[in-house]
Write a protein that binds this ligand. Structure first.
Ligand code: SAM
Length: 302
């Protein structure tokens, strides 16, 4: 399995060994309706994958991975790294910067990272140059995450790592995977996505922002009970049209129950709830108390 070079909050990579076997065989078109970093769509067996997300910056990065040669993109990132005087432990080692892996590189890179981020946020968005700068910023940012403020500015602080061997491998493997998948990108709000083109062999996977957790894409009113209801309606309509779907969510998180989801399911005996083993996705699970329990589920209509 390949891991997305975008470290997405709520990314499903660690749950893939449990989720993928629950998907049907012989999928024609696979719709990754809330694709985020693309970990699911990139690893599913299907004839065609549609990566959809309302976040245009995310889709434009995925598009860049799909259309740029891996070595060429690596060289571009190295060029930007040199231009801003950011660290390059891949070539120079940690010693060259008076740093070590445990302490990381935040102190070394802070000023240069802030300069890169400031330039990035003055650039016209969506251009090839912007995308390369944005991805370089992500490489050097806190936990390699992608987050924008309400004005659309990239606003993460500097991280501990740089463009190291691990990041290079992830980028290369993901680009190679996209090259062999028949895929399309789309930036539709899920409510206006054209499901009319789907048939009985096709499959919709929905991994929306979770109502009862608060990831960064939930900020700025991103996900609401009204959207949650709209999604249930979309899924019910797919079911009525004979199209298979799977929905990721949590029924309980840190002592809080997802009442809306439980109520929706109570009236729909035809849907199946698969409880995933969260311990596999979270190594600290056993040390945590009840208030930390997360009942991660996959809901299917088949
Ligand atoms: C939980 S994340 C998906 C993570 C993804 N499955 C992965 O493995 O990386 C939810 C995604 O839904 C997107 N999203 C939020 N509201 C949306 C909407 N109305 N329509 C489509 N996508 C939306 C967010 O931009 C975010 O990327």
């Amino acid at each position: 399995m390949v891991k997305s070079p975008l470290n997405y909050t709520g990314g499903k990579f660690r749950l893939l060994p449990q989720i993928l076997p629950l998907f049907p065989q012989g999928i024609g078109t696979f719709v990754d309706l809330f694709c985020g970093g693309g970990d699911v769509g990139a690893n599913v067996e299907a004839h065609t994958v549609i990566f959809n997300d309302i976040n245009r910056s995310v889709i434009s990065l995925l598009r860049m991975f799909a259309t740029t040669d891996s070595l060429q993109l690596t060289r571009e990132i190295e060029r930007i790294t040199r231009h801003y005087g950011l660290s390059d432990t891949f070539s120079e080692g940690y010693e060259a910067y008076g740093a070590d892996s445990a302490r990381g590189l935040a102190d070394v890179n802070r000023a240069a990272f802030m300069a890169l981020r400031a330039d990035l946020n003055t650039m016209r968005r969506g251009t090839p140059r912007y995308r390369k700068m944005l991805y370089t910023a992500i490489v050097f940012a806190f936990n390699n995450q992608i987050r924008f403020n309400a004005a659309g500015d990239y606003n993460l602080p500097v991280g501990k790592r740089d463009f190291n061997a691990n990041m290079r491998t992830k980028l290369d493997e993901f680009i190679r995977r996209l090259a062999v998948i028949d895929h399309r990108f789309s930036t539709r709000n899920f409510e206006t996505f054209d499901f009319g083109m789907l048939g009985a062999d096709d499959f919709v996977y929905a991994d929306p922002p979770y109502l009862i957790t608060c990831a960064s894409y939930n900020e700025n009113g991103g996900w609401t009970p009204a959207k949650e209801t709209a999604l249930y309606n979309v899924l019910d309509r797919l079911d009525a049209d004979g199209i298979r779907f799977a929905l990721s969510n949590v029924l309980e998180n840190k002592g809080r129950r997802h009442e809306m989801l439980a109520d929706w399911l109570a009236d729909r005996q035809q849907y199946n709830v698969h409880h995933l083993n969260f311990a596999y996705s979270n190594s600290n699970y056993h040390t945590k108390g009840r208030e930390e329990v997360c009942d991660e589920v996959l809901i299917t209509n088949y």
